[in-house]
Design a protein around this ligand. Structure first.
Ligand code: PSV
Ligand code: MN
Length: 404
């Protein structure tokens, strides 16, 4: 079935020298992982607002992730957080995931919520707490062997609130020792991703404050360790696309947590407040992907826990925003951009990016979804499906296992 809007767009893009079939095939292979913790009740430190139909346990969270994948075709895996998703039957959970059409992705240890972690985990002055944290991460490595997960995704709440509270250099060495032990337990083909955050819950200093800190740890550990960029973990003015390019060039960009940084944690919808920034990030990612000399293995994950928007809808919206940013990045005229950069034509370089960014690619994305046997408008299709009504009726009462 031909779609006149798509035909017109395809014709225009082809005139610009863009190979439309190649762009479509990249879009079809785009994979985004959603977080299990995004489907349960969550909130801010001021309070939690319960939502109708919010997932109460790991199985329900898998079901929601599977729904997001059914409608988008681009979110085939879900990241788990341990112990929020803990079960005594990992094999059973894995089988259930397969039955409902979702895979288990990154495993996220939680070494920040237990009472014992009040003064941190792997940088804690108390060796017995550091031991506890390492043991929990090793337990997660064991879980990965059952679920078949290839990513251990690490974030630490370690830091101090007051000058003099901690010995920075000792903490740095403890961190490395602990990470080393976990790293050495990783199987072949498994990677450790190290996330950084310059604030919260500690505000005087955090032990992995920025990409440089995470990079140093990853570099010392070895090839299986890489840096994870969470968009929310930067100061407002940070140029994230530059960090992306730099880490890719060093072979140390392992993954993303997509969200929006205009929040005191990291939970706003990716690509809604600053879509141009997301496009510029994807422009770097696409540049690396299209360069035969550059090797990348980047895990694209969302890290958002919506407490205002309906959760499954917000996840579908986020996946669509990521598809849109990627599509625009794929149509950048890279040859012309390179020429403009090499000749110092700043205005031309900027206009090349602007042209791609301002092109409405929704007919292309709709066409891609149709060719993938999905509805061209995932959000509307989801709303019409009755899924939300079903979970709202079914998920009443019971105890919620997880963040809140
Ligand atoms: C911390 O802010 C973080 O970004 C880490 O990735 C956690 O694992 C996640 O949020 C959920 O709390
Ligand atoms: Mn994160």
């Amino acid at each position: 079935m031909s779609n006149p809007k798509y035909d017109l767009l395809a014709e225009d893009l082809e005139k610009q020298g863009i190979e439309i079939e190649a762009v479509k095939s990249r879009l079809k292979s785009q994979r985004i992982e959603t977080p299990s913790w995004g489907y349960g009740n969550s909130g801010t430190r001021f309070g939690v607002f319960a939502q109708l139909g919010a997932a109460r346990n790991a199985r329900e969270r898998l079901e929601d992730a599977a729904a997001v994948h059914r409608f988008t075709g681009a979110a085939p895996t879900v990241a788990l957080h341990i112990p929020w998703d803990k079960t005594d039957d990992w094999l059973g959970l894995k089988q259930y995931a397969a039955e409902i059409g979702i895979g288990i992705g990154a495993i996220n240890p939680n070494v920040f919520q237990g009472q014992e972690y009040k003064f941190g985990s792997i940088c804690n002055h108390d060796p017995s707490v550091r031991r506890l944290a390492v043991d929990h991460m090793l337990e997660c490595v064991g879980i990965m062997q059952i679920t078949g997960s290839t990513l251990l995704s690490l974030w630490f709440a370690d830091g101090t609130n007051f000058p003099g509270q901690g010995n920075f250099r000792k903490r740095k060495r403890w961190m490395y020792e602990c990470l080393r032990e976990v790293y050495d337990a990783l199987d072949d083909g498994v990677r450790m991703l190290i996330e950084y955050k310059f604030f919260e819950p500690a505000f005087y200093h955090t032990d992995l404050a920025d990409w440089g800190n995470a990079y140093v740890m990853a570099a010392k550990l070895g090839n299986k360790a890489q840096v994870l960029i969470d968009l929310g973990h930067h100061a407002q003015g940070t140029n994230i696309e530059y960090i992306v390019a730099f880490l890719i060039d060093e072979g140390k960009l392992g993954g993303f947590h997509f969200n929006c940084r205009k929040f005191a944690d990291d939970d706003l919808t990716v690509g809604t407040i600053n879509p141009q920034e997301l496009f510029l990030i994807y422009t770097e990612l696409a540049a690396a992907e299209l360069d035969p000399g550059t090797q990348t293995n980047i895990a694209y994950m969302i890290d958002q826990s919506h407490n205002l928007k309906p959760k499954v809808e917000a996840s579908i919206q986020s996946v669509c925003n990521l598809q849109s940013a990627y599509a625009k990045a794929l149509i950048v005229d890279r040859i012309a951009l390179g020429e403009a950069q090499d000749t110092g034509e700043i205005i031309d370089a900027e206009r090349i990016l602007q042209r791609a960014y301002e092109t409405d690619l929704s007919p292309l994305l709709e066409q891609v979804r149709l060719e993938m046997d999905r509805d061209p408008d995932p959000l509307t299709a989801y709303r019409k499906s009755g899924y939300f009504e079903k979970i709202s009726e079914q998920r009443v009462g019971g105890v919620s296992q997880g963040w809140a």
